[in-house]
Design a protein around this ligand. Structure first.
Ligand SMILES: [Fe+2]
Length: 427
């Protein structure tokens, strides 16, 4: 990392009272909490991930809601009818067969991850009222801690974020998605507004960190360096819609299901290092670590394309997360189920796919109506109308010339049109 990032650490240390003393105390409390949580995650594994039915979303008890908040992830069953979701998969398959030069990523010369945003099934799925209702329900997990309302913010109005899809074949290894966090890299520390989201952690009070406080998120600049593939909008949860059955070991998503502790640890980790020399007892114990802000390194953050990528926690740099045992596969899903994970949650994709059928998902996140998000949706709408990739994505060949791409007429409901920023005609 460039030397100036040592100055950034210094700047952060100076902006919180008694920083060294407080974060050192916080670190000492955090490590045993992580030891207990990782133990539980490793033991319960897939079963620790909350699962609810779409039909029950409005009648869940507080304990279930609080569990979803802490885990930072949830499987929502039956958002879309199985038959409809399966038909979308068949249509996507047809689309990529009919248009063999669609941009896509291809292990073994066989495209499976598609840089396509505007196929008919994607346009329809994103506008499906249940999909939008599920995302609005998740948006409402967030709140304003210190204010009643903010201009231009409406958590009950969901917006659409056009992303891609995958149809992953059995037996093919994927190495592309090791454990990582999206939606902002060094920006989490470097951008002052983004840093505000983690102020309680940096004050040495991680127990009070609220990953669902909206305030800092709204104007956080998650993409200071303008790298492609770096979301510039605020997604409350990332997510996907299952188009096929996919069980653990069949190329599904893995998560570290404790967003409170992974945030606390990831944010504090750059300010500590293992002590040099002889170690007594368990090397993970707090007494074998020390406060240090002299190095410009932010473990898990890497320079790339003129900007930075990560956080990409790994077992060597982030040993207390015990990632080898705690990256948990999500439970088996069926067509029409959705999986969502908090925007700060560490996630990865299974390398192996040992099943015997395709594992297919469309990426559909939860996006609330905020001034920044609404402005993005305006620009996104223009790319939709022109059939070119949305603003956050690489300038691949557009889709307008492909057979079967989606059009505004595919979006028939008012809620779907509003989410895309399209005019709603009055009958
Ligand atoms: Fe990701």
């Amino acid at each position: 990392m460039p030397e100036r990032f040592a100055e950034l650490k210094q700047e952060i240390a100076e902006s919180y009272p008694n920083f060294e003393e407080r974060v050192t105390e916080a670190w000492r409390r955090l490590l045993p909490a992580l030891a207990a949580s990782t133990e539980q995650i490793a033991k319960e594994y897939t079963h620790i991930i909350p699962q609810v039915n779409f039909a029950d979303l409005d009648s869940l008890n507080e304990e279930t809601i609080n569990n979803i908040k802490r885990r930072g992830c949830v499987v929502i069953r039956d958002v879309v009818e199985d038959a409809e979701a399966a038909a979308w998969k068949a249509a996507l398959q047809e689309y990529v067969t009919a248009n063999p030069d669609v941009p896509g990523w291809f292990p073994d010369g066989d495209k499976q991850f598609f840089m396509l945003y505007w196929t008919g099934p994607q346009v329809k799925a994103r506008a499906h009222p249940n999909v939008l209702a599920a995302t609005a329900w998740l948006n409402k997990f967030y709140h304003l801690k210190n204010q009643d309302r903010l201009e231009g913010v409406d958590l009950s109005t969901p917006l659409t974020y056009a992303d891609r899809f995958r149809i992953r074949h059995p037996g093919v290894e994927w190495q592309r998605h090791p454990p990582h966090v999206d939606g902002g890299s060094i920006e989490r520390w470097e951008d002052r507004t983004f840093r505000q989201c983690f102020a309680d952690i940096l004050r040495g009070d991680w127990e009070n960190h609220d990953p669902y406080d909206l305030e800092g998120r709204l104007n956080a600049r998650s993409s200071l360096y303008g790298r492609p593939n770096q979301a510039s909008i605020f997604r409350t949860f990332q997510g996907w819609l299952a188009l096929s059955e996919t069980a653990p070991t069949e190329g599904t998503l893995k998560v570290f299901p404790d967003v409170l502790l992974s945030n606390a640890y990831t944010i504090l980790r750059p300010f500590f290092r293992p002590k040099a020399g002889a170690v007594s007892g368990n090397p993970l114990d707090a007494e074998n670590w020390e406060y240090d802000i002299s190095s410009p390194e932010f473990p898990g953050i890497y320079p790339i394309d003129g900007g930075f990528t990560g956080p990409r926690p790994n077992p060597v740099l982030h040993p207390h997360l015990r990632l080898d045992e705690t990256m948990v596969s999500v439970p088996k899903v069926y067509p029409g189920d959705m999986v969502f994970w908090h925007c700060d949650l560490i996630h990865s994709v299974e390398q192996e796919h040992t099943g015997n059928q395709d594992s297919a998902v469309m990426y559909i996140p939860a996006v609330p109506c905020t001034p920044q998000n609404s402005a993005y949706v305006e620009r996104q709408k223009e790319s939709f109308l022109q059939g070119i990739p949305p603003p956050d994505f690489p300038r691949e060949k557009g889709e307008a010339g492909f057979k079967g791409h989606g059009c505004p007429e595919d979006i028939t409901t008012p809620i779907g049109k509003k989410a895309m920023g399209l005019p709603i005609e009055v009958a």
